[in-house]
Design a protein around this ligand. Sequence first.
Ligand code: EZ4
Ligand code: CO
Length: 415
Amino acid sequence: MLIERADVIVTSPGRNFVTLKITTDDGVVGYGDGTLNGRELAVAAYLTDHVVPLLAGRDAHAIEDTWQYLYRGAYWRRGPVTMAAIAAVDTALWDIKAKVAGLPLYQLLGGASRERCLVYGHASGKDIPELFDSIRKHLDEGFRAIRIQTGVPGLDSVYGVASSAAASVGGAGSDSRYDYEPARRSALPAEETWDTRAYLRHVPSVFEAVRGEFGEDIALLHDAHHRLTPIQAAKLGKSLEPYDLFWLEDVTPAENQEALRWVRHHTTTPLAIGEVFNSVWDYQHLIREQLIDYVRSPVTHAGGITSVRRIMDYAAMYQVKSGMHGPTDVSPVGLAAAVHLGLALHNFGIQEYMVHSEQTREVFGPTYEFAGGGLRPGEEPGLGIHVDEELAAQYPYERAYLPVNRLRDGTVHDW
Ligand code: EZ4
Ligand code: CO
């Protein structure tokens, strides 16, 4: 079975997505997600100009060989654009292999290790009453794990807080800005102001209030979004210990893996990191030195199923679990891949789940299902994705940017 052609589908049903469609000589079709938020067209061009011409005539079953061919063969290794492009090819080939086998993809990855993948949703509010409403809504919908982000007194807008109370779990509606999707369709990125001291003062009081209102059972998560120094991160981890977090995410900009050693030595709050990482090498020291508890890499940004599986097998030796990134900028194709892999992985931990807009779901036709606080992939052969290409074509690409962060004195800071 040879690859006959590959096509890049760029569509924007509420937000931009890059999808690779691979077709074999006997007509089997597979899909892979290569969406890189705010830099989508770089991946589309990488695929169209450099990868698609290499695919025709290759053995569609030779997934590992194709992965190595694209990774080592490019000479220029790693990086988010390259690894998202490789992820798109890899995922599409797994989709094809599973369709040919007549099995849902998770069966080829070892079969189900559990009933469903526990997910966490995103509650947020500019203040405590708005946050509590959002938490209640999530609990009503069956979520058992919830990420908590709130406004900080004195700051106009803060990462992770929905733009309006009306924005719901289900999403986007006609608003061009998703509930938690901060990439805006505009000529220039939005600019936000950040104050670490104000944030560090406020966050523990939020978790105190949430535990007081909702009790000890519910799993609570929080994302510091790469904004802290190691010692600030250590302080935050310690101050949140009484509230028993499921995890504290991206406390430092961890290109410097050694930063996590400082954090780790000061706090027992579990740490998750890596949504911006793209290969096993980014975790080499973090995992071996047992400095983290959860791996955030999603299939979409870290070289596909083949590559995330590799990271997770390494992580398993150190009791580190998966916590794959699942914002709306991971498309339903990427989420489907994550749920198949998560269902099979022994060291699955949790899956992030931000519900896509209705328009997005219409374009991609995912068959995974949310129930009992978890996601389960559909039982049909492959990934369980049905792209409506005519509909996709009705939503042309629109340039969008993630915000840029500045300190009060104007210095650019990590966003
Ligand atoms: O900011 O996906 O944990 N989730 C996150 C996300 C990221 C966006 C960036 O595109 O940090 O909200
Ligand atoms: Co994050």
